[in-house]
Design a protein around this ligand. Structure first.
Ligand SMILES: [Zn+2]
Length: 272
């Protein structure tokens, strides 16, 4: 399994989330978070360019100045959700003390960042976590979810409101939302990675390192290309390992997002 947010300790997650929230509230108190504006106010220069597949973003430190490069070739358009996320990630390399110090001292040469949630490098995982926390500040998300009963439209609404991809929004919701969810990303009928809220009732999805479980929505897609645009019921036994006899029919819901461009299916799973 690839690294994930949960590979960062809970205390470190809190530290990064607080730092990001502080910056968001300082520079963008009541509007959508604008990474470019934050860079400008910090005196960080930036540019958008065509760098083929070499990186999503890159932060350089030279002669006491920071510069952020954003690669247009790896993003659909300027201002896209993914580009905002990449920009937030690069700001993480600037705002997180350890990252900035490493760049300034030249210990770590500028490294290319790929912000597709599959990096194993701890600094990259931290910068992704920072970006999600910057673009979706905890206090605002918690306030938004307060007393709302969970359904998938909450993820969609947050994604639109904060201009963040559904994947990043679901991941954020799994760490600070008010309802436990599991997220499974799969491609070619295999699980790429999965993440879950700490209080989700099951630890493991079925089919790790094998085929996806056949009767799940994601499994059905890989079997016969059927795409479901709605939320559908499934049972514990269909998706999870180690389900007790009496719980095999325990009802859950699954909703899928199909990315034709990147060729994956994202499943969000929850219990009522
Ligand atoms: Zn990076």
């Amino acid at each position: 399994m690839t690294s994930n947010y949960f590979a960062i300790s809970r205390s470190r997650q809190e530290e990064l989330s607080d730092l990001a929230e502080f910056i968001a509230n300082e520079y963008c108190p009541d509007v959508t978070i604008e990474p470019e504006l934050i860079a400008k106010k910090q005196g960080i220069s930036y540019c958008y360019g065509n760098y083929e597949d070499s990186f999503d973003g890159l932060t350089e430190h030279e002669f006491g100045k920071f510069h952020i490069f954003i690669n247009l070739d790896r993003h659909s358009h300027e201002g896209s959700e993914r580009m905002r996320f990449t920009f937030g990630h690069e700001l993480g390399h600037y705002f997180i003390d350890e990252h900035r110090n490493a760049l300034m001292s030249g210990q770590t040469p500028s490294h290319p960042s790929f912000t597709d949630f599959s990096s194993k490098n701890p600094a990259e995982v931290e910068a992704d976590f920072f970006s999600a926390s910057l673009l979706m500040p905890k206090n605002r998300i918690v306030k938004y979810c307060f007393r709302k009963k969970f359904n998938f439209s909450i993820i969609e609404e947050l994604s639109l409101k904060y201009k963040v991809s559904t994947t990043a929004t679901a991941l954020k919701f799994a760490t600070i939302g008010n309802h436990p969810i599991m997220i499974v990303r799969s491609s070619n009928n295999k699980i790429d990675w999965f993440k879950r809220s700490h209080d989700f009732p099951y630890k493991w999805p079925k089919g790790l390192k094998k085929q996806l479980p056949e009767y799940t929505l994601a499994g059905t897609f890989f079997k016969n290309c059927t795409q479901y645009k709605e939320t559908l019921p499934i049972t514990a036994n269909e998706w999870f390992e180690n389900v007790r006899e009496k719980d095999v029919d325990r009802p859950f819901y699954e909703r899928c997002i199909y990315s034709e461009k990147y060729n994956y299916v994202l499943s969000v799973i929850w219990e009522d």
